[in-house]
Design a protein around this ligand. Structure first.
Ligand code: UDP
Ligand code: MG
Length: 317
């Protein structure tokens, strides 16, 4: 069997500090892998510029002109990591696609293990972080809390796996049939089925530049993950409703009893104030949860394009 043509897909948002090193290491790696007969010599690097405001695109254009196995896609504006990644996966050619972040936090040498797993017949190979002690305490806690919440919500996600993974052409084509706009790729890939496996690696620190995932984006990704894959929050509303209904039955019985047998007692201030504020709070919270789903249904039905490509340079086709 001849080795597969591999495309490495790298989303980049304001990555001018790290890009030269990333490009250099990935190109070396492809050369080594080709020498080991794990990938074809015409394997490629695909960089996606997610509307960067620094020199990322100029650098990418330059690289694509200089090296024949580098392509670059420029999105029309910043679309966010998940959509940039999707743009790359759907535009890149090749028999096997490997997605990796531009900041080299994920050990690129693990791609060798991924390709070995592909040769053993797996369609999807997840890169899984063995340790994450290089992440800040805050990042680790929020991430772990999130995995736990997802488990409670009944969502099937691979623990400690980000978007570092290998997918076969067949898996990518199946992914293309998923048309959702609120993307949470880590949740979608397990839905594809096919034969999947994991390889472990140690996560290191970002080589240069700053994280492009501030808390706001982390929360938004987490909310997408939960609402796109779980209706447990909606169900919790129903359960809360049932519990409050049962409680109110008890309170009604008590009120009737007081009315019939205990005419001296003036109905208390607390027993009317507490339910009002308690119910008011619960109702607003429930409306908020329903609103989160409704808002997403709203963006889904509009069917806007998930990414808009401005230019592609160095495209082999
Ligand atoms: N990224 C992107 N668009 C964005 C934000 C991030 O394409 O709007 C890319 C970024 O360039 C990097 C990857 O997504 O290659 C992951 O981002 P980052 O490393 O900053 O996230 P962290 O590792 O801190 O979670
Ligand atoms: Mg990173």
């Amino acid at each position: 069997m001849s080795p597969p043509r591999v495309s490495v897909v790298v989303p980049c948002y304001n990555e001018q500090e790290v890009l030269p090193e990333t490009e250099c290491r990935l190109r070396e790696l492809l050369k080594d892998l080709a020498a080991e007969n794990l990938c074809a010599p015409d394997s490629r690097l695909w960089f996606i510029d997610d509307g960067s405001r620094d020199l990322t695109w100029e650098m990418l254009e330059h690289l694509a002109a200089e090296h024949e196995n580098i392509s670059a896609i420029r999105l029309s504006r910043n679309h966010g990591h998940q959509r940039a990644l999707l743009a790359g996966l759907f535009t890149a050619d090749g028999d096997v696609l490997i997605s990796v972040d531009a900041d080299l936090q994920d050990d690129v040498q693990t791609m060798r293990d991924m390709l070995l797993a592909f040769h053993q017949g797996h369609d999807i190979v997840y890169g899984v972080r063995r340790r994450r002690d290089t992440d800040t305490l805050f990042k680790r806690w929020t991430a772990q809390g999130f995995y736990r919440v997802m488990a409670v919500m009944g969502v099937d996600v691979v623990y400690n796996h980000a978007d570092y993974r290998l997918m076969s052409r067949r898996a990518i084509e199946t992914l293309m049939e998923f048309s959702e706009a609120n993307l949470y790729l880590r949740g979608m890939i397990p839905l594809l089925g096919f034969s999947a496996t994991q390889v472990e690696y140690d996560r290191s620190e970002r080589l240069a530049g700053e994280s492009k995932y501030p808390l706001r984006r982390m929360i938004s990704l987490a909310l997408n993950g939960i609402t796109s894959f779980s209706v447990v929050p909606l169900r919790m509303i129903s359960f809360t409703g049932i519990a409050i209904f049962l409680m109110s039955l008890g309170i009604s019985a008590w009120v009737v009893w007081v009315r019939l047998f205990d005419q001296e007692v003036v109905p208390g201030w607390a027993s009317s104030m507490l339910p009002i504020s308690f119910l008011g709070g619960i109702q607003l919270l429930c409306l908020g949860v329903i609103g989160e789903y409704l808002g997403r249904i709203y963006t889904e039905v509009k069917r806007r394009p998930r990414f808009i490509v401005d230019k592609v340079v160095g495209n082999p086709r």
